[in-house]
Write a protein that binds this ligand. Structure first.
Ligand SMILES: Cc1cc2nc3c(=O)[nH]c(=O)nc-3n(C[C@H](O)[C@H](O)[C@H](O)COP(=O)(O)OP(=O)(O)OC[C@H]3O[C@@H](n4cnc5c(N)ncnc54)[C@H](O)[C@@H]3O)c2cc1C
Length: 328
Protein backbone atom coordinates (compact mmCIF):
# COMPACT_ATOMS: atom_id res chain seq x y z
CA UNK A 1 0.00 0.00 0.00
CA UNK A 2 1.28 3.45 -0.77
CA UNK A 3 0.11 6.95 0.02
CA UNK A 4 2.10 10.01 -0.91
CA UNK A 5 4.32 11.32 1.85
CA UNK A 6 2.87 14.82 1.28
CA UNK A 7 -0.62 13.47 1.99
CA UNK A 8 0.54 11.62 5.10
CA UNK A 9 2.35 14.71 6.34
CA UNK A 10 -0.70 16.92 5.78
CA UNK A 11 -2.99 14.46 7.59
CA UNK A 12 -0.51 14.11 10.45
CA UNK A 13 -0.52 17.88 10.94
CA UNK A 14 -4.25 17.99 11.71
CA UNK A 15 -4.91 18.75 15.37
CA UNK A 16 -6.95 15.94 16.95
CA UNK A 17 -6.12 13.18 14.50
CA UNK A 18 -4.05 10.01 14.75
CA UNK A 19 -2.49 8.44 11.67
CA UNK A 20 -1.67 4.79 11.05
CA UNK A 21 0.21 3.97 7.85
CA UNK A 22 -0.35 0.46 6.40
CA UNK A 23 -3.18 -0.26 8.82
CA UNK A 24 -4.36 -3.91 8.91
CA UNK A 25 -8.11 -3.84 8.27
CA UNK A 26 -9.10 -7.39 9.26
CA UNK A 27 -9.29 -6.50 13.00
CA UNK A 28 -11.63 -3.63 12.13
CA UNK A 29 -14.19 -5.89 10.45
CA UNK A 30 -16.41 -8.52 12.03
CA UNK A 31 -15.66 -11.06 9.25
CA UNK A 32 -11.93 -10.61 9.99
CA UNK A 33 -10.53 -10.92 6.46
CA UNK A 34 -8.71 -8.57 4.09
CA UNK A 35 -5.48 -6.64 3.73
CA UNK A 36 -4.21 -3.25 4.80
CA UNK A 37 -5.39 0.29 4.20
CA UNK A 38 -2.68 2.66 3.00
CA UNK A 39 -3.62 5.04 5.82
CA UNK A 40 -6.12 5.05 8.67
CA UNK A 41 -6.96 8.39 10.28
CA UNK A 42 -8.84 8.51 13.58
CA UNK A 43 -10.37 11.89 14.40
CA UNK A 44 -11.27 12.98 17.92
CA UNK A 45 -13.77 15.70 17.09
CA UNK A 46 -15.68 17.39 14.28
CA UNK A 47 -13.08 20.14 13.60
CA UNK A 48 -10.42 17.45 13.13
CA UNK A 49 -12.77 15.55 10.84
CA UNK A 50 -13.54 18.65 8.75
CA UNK A 51 -9.82 19.50 8.44
CA UNK A 52 -9.08 15.90 7.40
CA UNK A 53 -11.87 15.86 4.81
CA UNK A 54 -10.63 19.19 3.44
CA UNK A 55 -7.22 17.62 2.79
CA UNK A 56 -8.83 14.54 1.24
CA UNK A 57 -10.93 16.78 -1.03
CA UNK A 58 -7.63 17.39 -2.79
CA UNK A 59 -8.12 14.15 -4.73
CA UNK A 60 -7.35 11.23 -2.39
CA UNK A 61 -9.61 8.18 -2.36
CA UNK A 62 -11.12 7.72 1.10
CA UNK A 63 -13.70 5.68 2.96
CA UNK A 64 -15.49 6.26 6.26
CA UNK A 65 -15.34 3.21 8.53
CA UNK A 66 -17.95 2.57 11.20
CA UNK A 67 -17.78 -0.61 13.28
CA UNK A 68 -16.97 -2.73 10.21
CA UNK A 69 -19.97 -5.05 10.66
CA UNK A 70 -21.13 -4.68 7.05
CA UNK A 71 -17.74 -4.60 5.40
CA UNK A 72 -15.47 -6.83 3.36
CA UNK A 73 -11.96 -5.58 2.55
CA UNK A 74 -10.00 -6.90 -0.44
CA UNK A 75 -7.08 -9.22 0.37
CA UNK A 76 -4.91 -6.77 -1.57
CA UNK A 77 -6.03 -4.03 0.81
CA UNK A 78 -7.26 -0.52 0.02
CA UNK A 79 -4.82 2.01 -1.42
CA UNK A 80 -6.72 4.98 0.02
CA UNK A 81 -7.42 6.61 3.38
CA UNK A 82 -9.82 5.09 5.92
CA UNK A 83 -11.41 7.71 8.17
CA UNK A 84 -12.64 6.58 11.57
CA UNK A 85 -14.47 8.48 14.31
CA UNK A 86 -12.90 8.26 17.77
CA UNK A 87 -14.71 7.25 20.98
CA UNK A 88 -15.65 10.90 21.59
CA UNK A 89 -18.38 10.34 18.96
CA UNK A 90 -20.05 7.84 21.32
CA UNK A 91 -22.68 9.76 23.31
CA UNK A 92 -26.42 10.02 23.93
CA UNK A 93 -28.00 13.37 24.89
CA UNK A 94 -31.52 14.60 25.59
CA UNK A 95 -32.80 11.60 27.51
CA UNK A 96 -35.82 12.65 29.60
CA UNK A 97 -35.06 12.56 33.33
CA UNK A 98 -38.63 11.53 34.13
CA UNK A 99 -39.91 9.69 31.05
CA UNK A 100 -43.26 8.95 32.75
CA UNK A 101 -44.11 12.64 32.81
CA UNK A 102 -43.24 13.25 29.15
CA UNK A 103 -46.03 13.50 26.64
CA UNK A 104 -45.50 13.28 22.91
CA UNK A 105 -42.37 12.47 20.92
CA UNK A 106 -38.90 12.87 22.42
CA UNK A 107 -35.82 14.00 20.48
CA UNK A 108 -32.61 12.19 21.44
CA UNK A 109 -29.24 13.32 20.03
CA UNK A 110 -26.68 10.59 19.47
CA UNK A 111 -23.02 10.61 18.38
CA UNK A 112 -22.43 8.68 15.14
CA UNK A 113 -19.91 6.35 16.75
CA UNK A 114 -22.36 5.09 19.39
CA UNK A 115 -23.05 1.37 19.06
CA UNK A 116 -26.61 0.71 17.97
CA UNK A 117 -27.47 -2.21 20.32
CA UNK A 118 -26.15 -0.18 23.27
CA UNK A 119 -28.27 2.80 22.22
CA UNK A 120 -31.33 0.55 21.90
CA UNK A 121 -30.81 -0.58 25.51
CA UNK A 122 -30.22 2.95 26.85
CA UNK A 123 -33.38 4.36 25.28
CA UNK A 124 -35.38 1.20 26.02
CA UNK A 125 -34.49 1.23 29.70
CA UNK A 126 -35.57 4.87 29.80
CA UNK A 127 -38.95 3.80 28.45
CA UNK A 128 -38.60 5.21 24.93
CA UNK A 129 -39.99 3.10 22.10
CA UNK A 130 -39.18 3.08 18.40
CA UNK A 131 -35.72 1.52 18.34
CA UNK A 132 -36.57 -2.01 19.48
CA UNK A 133 -35.94 -3.43 15.98
CA UNK A 134 -32.28 -2.34 16.30
CA UNK A 135 -31.43 -4.13 19.55
CA UNK A 136 -29.67 -7.00 17.74
CA UNK A 137 -28.07 -5.08 14.87
CA UNK A 138 -24.37 -4.61 15.55
CA UNK A 139 -22.57 -1.57 14.18
CA UNK A 140 -22.40 2.15 14.82
CA UNK A 141 -25.25 4.62 14.54
CA UNK A 142 -23.47 6.34 11.60
CA UNK A 143 -23.13 3.01 9.79
CA UNK A 144 -26.75 2.13 10.58
CA UNK A 145 -27.94 5.34 8.94
CA UNK A 146 -25.64 4.98 5.91
CA UNK A 147 -26.97 1.44 5.38
CA UNK A 148 -30.53 2.23 6.53
CA UNK A 149 -30.16 -0.77 8.81
CA UNK A 150 -33.36 -2.53 9.71
CA UNK A 151 -35.05 -5.71 10.82
CA UNK A 152 -38.54 -7.14 11.18
CA UNK A 153 -40.16 -4.52 8.96
CA UNK A 154 -38.62 -1.40 10.56
CA UNK A 155 -35.53 0.59 9.67
CA UNK A 156 -33.53 3.65 10.69
CA UNK A 157 -35.38 5.83 8.17
CA UNK A 158 -38.44 5.69 10.46
CA UNK A 159 -36.75 7.14 13.56
CA UNK A 160 -34.20 9.59 12.14
CA UNK A 161 -35.29 13.23 12.36
CA UNK A 162 -32.06 15.00 11.39
CA UNK A 163 -28.49 14.04 10.59
CA UNK A 164 -25.38 16.10 11.22
CA UNK A 165 -23.08 15.81 8.21
CA UNK A 166 -19.48 16.95 7.91
CA UNK A 167 -17.46 17.57 4.78
CA UNK A 168 -14.35 19.59 3.98
CA UNK A 169 -16.27 22.87 4.42
CA UNK A 170 -17.80 22.27 7.85
CA UNK A 171 -20.67 20.48 9.54
CA UNK A 172 -24.39 21.16 9.41
CA UNK A 173 -27.71 19.48 10.17
CA UNK A 174 -29.86 18.08 7.38
CA UNK A 175 -33.47 16.93 7.72
CA UNK A 176 -33.93 13.18 7.23
CA UNK A 177 -36.79 14.01 4.86
CA UNK A 178 -34.27 15.70 2.54
CA UNK A 179 -32.19 12.52 2.22
CA UNK A 180 -33.14 9.66 -0.12
CA UNK A 181 -33.76 6.43 1.77
CA UNK A 182 -34.27 3.00 0.27
CA UNK A 183 -33.95 -0.62 1.34
CA UNK A 184 -30.57 -0.89 3.14
CA UNK A 185 -29.37 2.39 1.62
CA UNK A 186 -29.37 6.06 2.55
CA UNK A 187 -28.02 8.27 -0.20
CA UNK A 188 -25.83 10.81 1.58
CA UNK A 189 -24.47 13.91 -0.15
CA UNK A 190 -21.14 13.15 -1.86
CA UNK A 191 -18.16 13.34 0.50
CA UNK A 192 -20.28 13.57 3.67
CA UNK A 193 -19.61 11.82 6.98
CA UNK A 194 -22.35 11.48 9.60
CA UNK A 195 -21.18 12.90 12.93
CA UNK A 196 -24.44 12.89 14.92
CA UNK A 197 -28.13 12.18 14.58
CA UNK A 198 -31.38 13.31 16.17
CA UNK A 199 -33.88 10.51 16.62
CA UNK A 200 -37.60 10.84 17.29
CA UNK A 201 -38.74 8.30 19.89
CA UNK A 202 -42.00 7.89 21.77
CA UNK A 203 -42.50 7.57 25.53
CA UNK A 204 -43.72 4.12 26.50
CA UNK A 205 -43.33 1.47 29.16
CA UNK A 206 -39.71 0.40 29.72
CA UNK A 207 -40.74 -3.09 30.88
CA UNK A 208 -42.68 -3.59 27.64
CA UNK A 209 -39.81 -2.24 25.52
CA UNK A 210 -37.27 -4.52 27.21
CA UNK A 211 -39.65 -7.50 26.85
CA UNK A 212 -39.82 -6.74 23.14
CA UNK A 213 -35.97 -6.67 23.05
CA UNK A 214 -35.80 -10.10 24.66
CA UNK A 215 -38.21 -11.61 22.17
CA UNK A 216 -36.30 -10.09 19.22
CA UNK A 217 -32.96 -11.33 20.58
CA UNK A 218 -34.41 -14.82 21.15
CA UNK A 219 -35.71 -14.86 17.60
CA UNK A 220 -32.30 -13.79 16.28
CA UNK A 221 -30.53 -16.42 18.40
CA UNK A 222 -32.76 -19.09 16.85
CA UNK A 223 -32.29 -17.98 13.24
CA UNK A 224 -28.75 -16.51 13.05
CA UNK A 225 -25.39 -18.20 13.64
CA UNK A 226 -24.00 -17.20 17.06
CA UNK A 227 -20.46 -16.44 18.20
CA UNK A 228 -19.01 -16.51 14.69
CA UNK A 229 -17.12 -14.08 12.49
CA UNK A 230 -19.56 -12.75 9.89
CA UNK A 231 -20.88 -9.53 8.35
CA UNK A 232 -24.51 -10.63 8.61
CA UNK A 233 -26.47 -10.92 5.38
CA UNK A 234 -24.37 -11.18 2.25
CA UNK A 235 -27.25 -10.24 -0.09
CA UNK A 236 -30.26 -7.97 0.13
CA UNK A 237 -33.65 -9.65 0.10
CA UNK A 238 -35.11 -9.49 -3.41
CA UNK A 239 -38.66 -8.18 -3.66
CA UNK A 240 -41.14 -10.79 -2.53
CA UNK A 241 -38.77 -13.16 -0.74
CA UNK A 242 -35.82 -13.82 1.52
CA UNK A 243 -32.37 -14.21 -0.04
CA UNK A 244 -31.55 -16.82 2.64
CA UNK A 245 -34.49 -18.99 1.62
CA UNK A 246 -33.43 -18.92 -2.05
CA UNK A 247 -29.81 -19.78 -1.20
CA UNK A 248 -30.98 -22.59 1.11
CA UNK A 249 -33.31 -23.94 -1.61
CA UNK A 250 -30.29 -24.02 -3.96
CA UNK A 251 -28.73 -26.51 -1.49
CA UNK A 252 -25.81 -24.30 -0.52
CA UNK A 253 -25.87 -24.38 3.29
CA UNK A 254 -22.54 -25.64 4.62
CA UNK A 255 -20.65 -25.19 1.31
CA UNK A 256 -17.03 -24.12 1.97
CA UNK A 257 -14.24 -22.37 0.14
CA UNK A 258 -11.08 -22.46 2.20
CA UNK A 259 -12.10 -21.39 5.70
CA UNK A 260 -15.22 -19.51 4.55
CA UNK A 261 -18.56 -21.27 4.89
CA UNK A 262 -22.17 -20.58 3.93
CA UNK A 263 -23.75 -20.79 7.37
CA UNK A 264 -25.59 -23.99 8.20
CA UNK A 265 -27.98 -21.90 10.34
CA UNK A 266 -28.85 -19.04 7.94
CA UNK A 267 -27.90 -19.46 4.28
CA UNK A 268 -27.49 -15.71 3.68
CA UNK A 269 -24.73 -15.51 6.33
CA UNK A 270 -21.11 -16.21 5.44
CA UNK A 271 -18.86 -17.33 8.25
CA UNK A 272 -15.09 -17.13 8.69
CA UNK A 273 -14.18 -20.42 10.37
CA UNK A 274 -10.61 -19.35 11.07
CA UNK A 275 -8.27 -18.29 8.31
CA UNK A 276 -10.72 -17.37 5.53
CA UNK A 277 -9.62 -14.83 2.95
CA UNK A 278 -11.78 -12.27 1.22
CA UNK A 279 -11.20 -14.25 -2.00
CA UNK A 280 -12.81 -17.30 -0.30
CA UNK A 281 -15.79 -15.20 0.77
CA UNK A 282 -16.20 -13.66 -2.70
CA UNK A 283 -16.00 -17.08 -4.35
CA UNK A 284 -18.92 -18.23 -2.18
CA UNK A 285 -20.91 -15.06 -2.89
CA UNK A 286 -20.35 -15.63 -6.62
CA UNK A 287 -21.57 -19.22 -6.30
CA UNK A 288 -24.65 -18.17 -4.26
CA UNK A 289 -25.55 -15.57 -6.86
CA UNK A 290 -25.04 -17.96 -9.82
CA UNK A 291 -27.03 -20.80 -8.27
CA UNK A 292 -29.96 -18.60 -7.23
CA UNK A 293 -30.03 -17.07 -10.73
CA UNK A 294 -29.98 -20.55 -12.29
CA UNK A 295 -32.72 -21.93 -10.03
CA UNK A 296 -35.03 -18.91 -9.69
CA UNK A 297 -33.95 -16.38 -12.31
CA UNK A 298 -33.40 -13.90 -9.45
CA UNK A 299 -30.26 -11.78 -9.42
CA UNK A 300 -29.16 -11.19 -5.83
CA UNK A 301 -27.56 -7.83 -5.04
CA UNK A 302 -24.93 -7.57 -2.29
CA UNK A 303 -25.83 -6.05 1.05
CA UNK A 304 -22.23 -6.08 2.30
CA UNK A 305 -19.87 -3.27 1.20
CA UNK A 306 -16.66 -4.31 -0.55
CA UNK A 307 -13.63 -2.05 -0.13
CA UNK A 308 -10.60 -2.18 -2.43
CA UNK A 309 -12.02 -4.50 -5.12
CA UNK A 310 -15.02 -5.18 -7.34
CA UNK A 311 -17.45 -8.03 -6.84
CA UNK A 312 -16.43 -10.83 -9.22
CA UNK A 313 -19.63 -10.42 -11.26
CA UNK A 314 -19.35 -6.63 -11.67
CA UNK A 315 -19.42 -5.89 -15.37
CA UNK A 316 -17.32 -3.00 -16.68
CA UNK A 317 -20.45 -0.81 -16.83
CA UNK A 318 -21.25 -1.47 -13.13
CA UNK A 319 -17.60 -1.06 -12.22
CA UNK A 320 -17.54 2.58 -13.26
CA UNK A 321 -19.92 3.52 -10.46
CA UNK A 322 -17.88 2.32 -7.48
CA UNK A 323 -19.35 0.83 -4.33
CA UNK A 324 -21.31 3.10 -1.94
CA UNK A 325 -19.17 4.80 0.70
CA UNK A 326 -15.97 5.29 -1.33
CA UNK A 327 -15.10 8.87 -2.25
CA UNK A 328 -12.73 9.45 -5.12
C1 LIG B 1 -24.21 -10.67 13.09
C2 LIG B 1 -24.70 -9.52 12.25
C3 LIG B 1 -26.05 -9.28 12.12
C4 LIG B 1 -26.53 -8.21 11.36
N1 LIG B 1 -27.87 -8.00 11.27
C5 LIG B 1 -28.32 -6.96 10.55
C6 LIG B 1 -29.73 -6.69 10.48
O1 LIG B 1 -30.56 -7.37 11.07
N2 LIG B 1 -30.14 -5.64 9.74
C7 LIG B 1 -29.24 -4.82 9.07
O2 LIG B 1 -29.69 -3.86 8.43
N3 LIG B 1 -27.91 -5.06 9.12
C8 LIG B 1 -27.43 -6.08 9.84
N4 LIG B 1 -26.09 -6.31 9.90
C9 LIG B 1 -25.17 -5.46 9.12
C10 LIG B 1 -24.60 -4.27 9.90
O3 LIG B 1 -24.60 -4.53 11.29
C11 LIG B 1 -25.37 -2.96 9.66
O4 LIG B 1 -25.43 -2.65 8.31
C12 LIG B 1 -24.68 -1.82 10.44
O5 LIG B 1 -25.59 -0.79 10.57
C13 LIG B 1 -23.40 -1.29 9.77
O6 LIG B 1 -22.80 -0.36 10.67
P1 LIG B 1 -21.21 -0.24 10.81
O7 LIG B 1 -20.95 0.88 11.75
O8 LIG B 1 -20.63 -1.53 11.18
O9 LIG B 1 -20.81 0.19 9.34
P2 LIG B 1 -19.54 -0.27 8.50
O10 LIG B 1 -19.64 -1.73 8.21
O11 LIG B 1 -18.29 0.20 9.13
O12 LIG B 1 -19.79 0.55 7.14
C14 LIG B 1 -20.95 0.28 6.37
C15 LIG B 1 -21.23 1.49 5.47
O13 LIG B 1 -21.57 2.61 6.29
C16 LIG B 1 -20.74 3.73 5.98
N5 LIG B 1 -20.53 4.49 7.22
C17 LIG B 1 -20.17 4.02 8.43
N6 LIG B 1 -20.11 5.03 9.33
C18 LIG B 1 -20.42 6.16 8.66
C19 LIG B 1 -20.52 7.54 9.01
N7 LIG B 1 -20.28 7.97 10.27
N8 LIG B 1 -20.84 8.44 8.04
C20 LIG B 1 -21.07 8.03 6.77
N9 LIG B 1 -21.01 6.74 6.37
C21 LIG B 1 -20.69 5.82 7.31
C22 LIG B 1 -19.45 3.12 5.45
O14 LIG B 1 -18.75 4.05 4.66
C23 LIG B 1 -20.00 1.94 4.65
O15 LIG B 1 -20.44 2.36 3.38
C24 LIG B 1 -25.60 -7.37 10.68
C25 LIG B 1 -24.22 -7.62 10.81
C26 LIG B 1 -23.76 -8.67 11.59
C27 LIG B 1 -22.29 -8.87 11.75
Amino acid sequence: MTASSDLIQALRAVDGSRIWVDAPMAPFTTIGTGGKAAVMVTVVDTPALVATLKILDGGASWFCLGAGTDLLVADEGYPGVVVKLDDSFHYVEGMPLEPDSVEGPVTVTVGAGTLLPRLAIVVGEAGLTGLEFACGIPGSVGGAIATNAGAYGSSMAEVVQEVELADGRGASWMRAADLTWSYRRCHLPAGAVITAVRLTLTPGDSAEVMKHHRSILQRRRRSHPQGVRTFGCAFMNPSGGGAGRLIDAAGLKGVRRGDAEISRVHANFLVNLGDATTADVLALMHLMRQEVKRANNVLLEPEVRLLGARFPWDSSSDASQGPPGIHE
